[in-house]
Design a binder for this molecule. Structure first.
Ligand code: 4NP
Length: 167
């Protein structure tokens, strides 16, 4: 059985597809694609079927990976049957997921950066520590900030999963 990881944000066009692409990149580099399944979803449905935001695609390409093939989808209750890790980008998404979570869910649901065991000083100088701030209404600096947090979190998450599952 593959270990399965779902990244979740609001629109599924900025943060979570960036995390899906970047985490998949590190999984592939580690030759673990047969052991770890990666996906992403949104708590909102406005962007279902859409490619990632062009600004998110650009910062990803600048880092050396392509997320243009990904398409937005909404998180669904069946995801709780399929995914071992359900990782929210911020408190708002986590609140939504906690309300949706079936009582018998035994996976790891929480903030991505918290479950990835990031150190507080890695995350932010403001009070949004452990959250990846929504860059959608921001500028390119907000997208750069988001990808930096996601990059660091992805490396930590992979190390944690490898250790926990003996991979
Ligand atoms: P994301 O960013 O949650 O990182 O994909 C957003 C994308 C779209 C919207 C909000 C956030 N929106 O309101 O349409």
């Amino acid at each position: 059985m593959k270990i399965s990881v779902l990244f979740i944000c609001l629109g599924n066009i900025c943060r979570s597809p960036t995390a899906q692409g970047l985490f998949q990149y590190y999984v592939d580099q580690a030759n673990l694609a047969d052991s770890i399944l990666v996906d992403s979803a949104g708590t909102g449905s406005w962007h279902e079927g859409e490619a990632p935001d062009s600004r998110a695609q650009l910062v990803a390409l600048n880092k050396g990976y392509d997320i243009s093939h990904l398409r937005g989808r909404s998180v669904e209750s069946n995801d709780f049957l399929s995914f071992d890790y359900m990782l929210a980008m911020d408190d708002q998404n986590l609140y939504f997921l906690e309300n949706m979570k079936p009582d018998n869910y035994h996976g790891d649901l929480g903030l991505f950066l918290k479950i990835a065991n990031n150190r507080v000083e890695d995350c932010s100088t403001d009070n949004k520590i452990m959250q990846v701030p929504d860059p959608f209404y921001g500028d390119s600096a907000h997208f750069e900030k988001a990808i930096a947090l996601i990059d660091h979190g992805s490396k930590n998450l992979l190390a944690k999963i490898r250790e926990k599952h003996d991979l």
